[in-house]
Design a protein. Sequence first.
Length: 146
Amino acid sequence: MSGAGDTQAAGLSRRNRKFGWSLFLIGILYGMVLGTFAFNGPLHAPARFADYASLPRRLIRFAHIACMALGLVNVLYGHELERIRLSARMLRIGSNSMILAGVLMPIFLTLAAFQLPWKYGLPIPATAALIAVAILVRGLNQKEGA
Ligand code: HEM
């Protein structure tokens, strides 16, 4: 890639890194809220989240973890975008898909903790992450073969 391609990749890279660190920040805040009741106080756990092993508690715990993990993955993804050789369109689809995964995964998990049918939305962020990573792996293979 060169010229306009490099500029576009640099812009997308920065966007994924900025989004990733912002999501990580939200994940810390999310974890701090969980921390107010997760270890027997200082606050009382809401009834639906009182049991560590219950489905609602697992869902909010996973939402916190999703913020942390997909935040870091977006940062890594941003760094990789500048190193792979793919069309501008593919780079854009990959970048957008990874951001979509980071937005929707914690949202659907949190909503599902309150209303379980939201769990049926989870394949959307999972598929978005799958697409993003598949594009990245393809780009890495192309670079190695070049
Ligand atoms: C920096 C501030 C953080 C705070 C305040 C925080 C808070 C919490 C709390 C309160 C729990 C327990 C949730 C529960 O009992 O249901 C938890 C679980 C967890 N957190 Fe965090 N967390 C932080 C950072 C992180 C980071 C950086 C990661 C990973 C990169 C992470 C990954 C996890 C995982 C995997 C669990 C589940 C642990 C288990 O079930 O044994 N957290 N966090």
